[in-house]
Design a binder for this molecule. Structure first.
Ligand code: SAH
Length: 391
């Protein structure tokens, strides 16, 4: 195995367990590895640091898979995936769950979502992509699944010099599958839905709205397939309107509402939420609960300010649409906006809207997406409920 020697001055990050090694942290590579090869990483004094995979095309030169001198082979991946499954079983996420959450399961750049008997995988770096056959074999051995699908139609793969692709990794099957969540049914389109087809990370947060929506008139924006809104209807909202810009998402959301017999209470419309929040505020429309779950407004550090401005705008407008004492349910799914910065943004929005807020709930993602302290990218979801009153 080719050896990679780190510079003397490296970030304590690596010593403390973070698996990423940037090109500028490497002193020399003893040999010429092929992109995606396994390499042995050593500290500058020659001490063993771990084994990982290398990609000279990527800014993150090496991602460590293990800190032990152990063979990285089919059995290694089998054991890692089985360990990930054991964790989900212990924490109560079994029927549908994120089975592997990349770095947080010590399998950098690998995502596996389990939707009952179906599995969707993403191999987002070249080094992990090379192990796809071993990963698929492990899933087959542990679960005997009904189907496995690859959703590698993700632009980030281009940074690794890989193509975007999607398709079956098992015998073909009907890719519109049905899942149950909190006693409700949702159809998940794993072939054409966003990301892996469904956002499992909000599972617990969807339950957190249970009491505040009773008898309420609810507006949801950035609804995707309508999960929060359908939960609101189920939990006793008087009426729910959901807005998403994607016609496809809205069609799926309306279908999901009907699947649960809630189509008389909850309705979805394809509109731009930025316009809706602005215009309806001006028109003086009022709701008891406003829910916002926008996409990541930034993917890089350079545009954090712009993202914060976006979060501030929608939250400010959301607050203005609330009746006195109503509830704002607000999420943000980018790790680049830290929990602190997110709360500060909501605070600024409240001040500008001349509202008083009281925090009801502040959560991260569900525990099948565990957070590793020191790995900021694993701590990405912010979910906040505040009560909003006039000043
Ligand atoms: N709450 C959803 C996830 C929302 S993902 C769930 O729990 O499953 C973010 C959604 O925002 C996507 O469906 C995307 O289509 C939508 N979106 C992006 N820009 C938008 C805009 N300007 N107006 C309305 N929806 C938008």
């Amino acid at each position: 195995m080719i050896k990679v020697y780190l510079r003397k001055k490296i970030a304590p990050r690596i010593v403390n367990g973070h698996p990423w090694i940037y090109g500028n942290e490497v002193d020399r590579v003893a040999g010429t590895p092929e992109a995606g090869d396994l390499v042995e990483v050593h500290y500058s004094d020659g001490k063993f640091a771990g084994i990982g995979y290398i990609n000279p095309k990527s800014q993150i030169l090496v991602r460590l898979l293990t800190r032990k001198q152990e063979p990285v082979n089919e059995a290694f991946f089998f054991n890692k995936i089985r360990t990930a499954w054991e964790y989900r079983k212990k924490t109560g996420y079994t029927e549908n769950c994120r089975l592997v959450f990349g770095e947080a399961d010590y399998l950098p750049a690998l995502i596996i979502d389990k939707f009952n008997d179906y599995f969707v995988i993403q191999t987002l770096s070249l080094g992990i992509d090379k192990w796809k056959p071993a990963i698929v074999k492990a899933i087959n051995e542990i679960f005997t699944p009904k189907g496995i699908y690859e959703r590698n139609d993700v632009p980030v793969r281009m940074l690794e010099g890989m193509e975007q692709q999607k398709g079956f990794l098992s015998a073909p099957f009907d890719t519109k599958i049905l899942i149950q969540e909190n006693g409700l049914k949702f159809e998940v389109d794993i072939e054409n839905g966003q990301k892996t087809g469904y956002f499992l990370d909000q599972l617990d947060n969807r339950r957190a709205i249970q009491h505040i929506v009773k008898g309420a008139e609810v507006l949801g924006a950035f609804t995707y397939t309508g999960t929060f809104e359908i939960h609101a209807a189920h939990y006793g909202a008087k009426s729910v309107l959901g807005i998403d810009i994607s016609e496809q998402a809205v069609a799926q959301a309306n279908k999901n509402a009907a699947l649960n017999g809630l189509e008389k209470i909850v309705e979805f419309k394809a509109m731009n939420a930025f316009d809706v929040l602005k215009d309806w505020g001006k028109e003086g429309k009022q709701y008891d609960v406003v829910m916002l779950d926008p996409p990541a407004f930034t993917k890089n550090r350079e545009s954090i300010d712009k993202a914060v401005a976006g979060y501030k705008e929608i939250n400010l407008r959301g607050m203005k649409l609330l009746r006195n004492g109503g509830f704002l349910v607000s999420s943000s799914c980018t790790n680049l906006v830290s929990p602190d910065l997110f709360l500060q943004t909501i605070d600024m929005a409240a001040k500008d809207a001349r509202k008083k807020i009281r925090q009801v709930t502040f959560n991260a993602q569900a525990a099948d997406h565990p957070i590793i302290w020191g790995m900021d990218n694993t701590n990405y979801l912010k979910f906040l409920i505040v009560e909003v009153s006039d000043k």
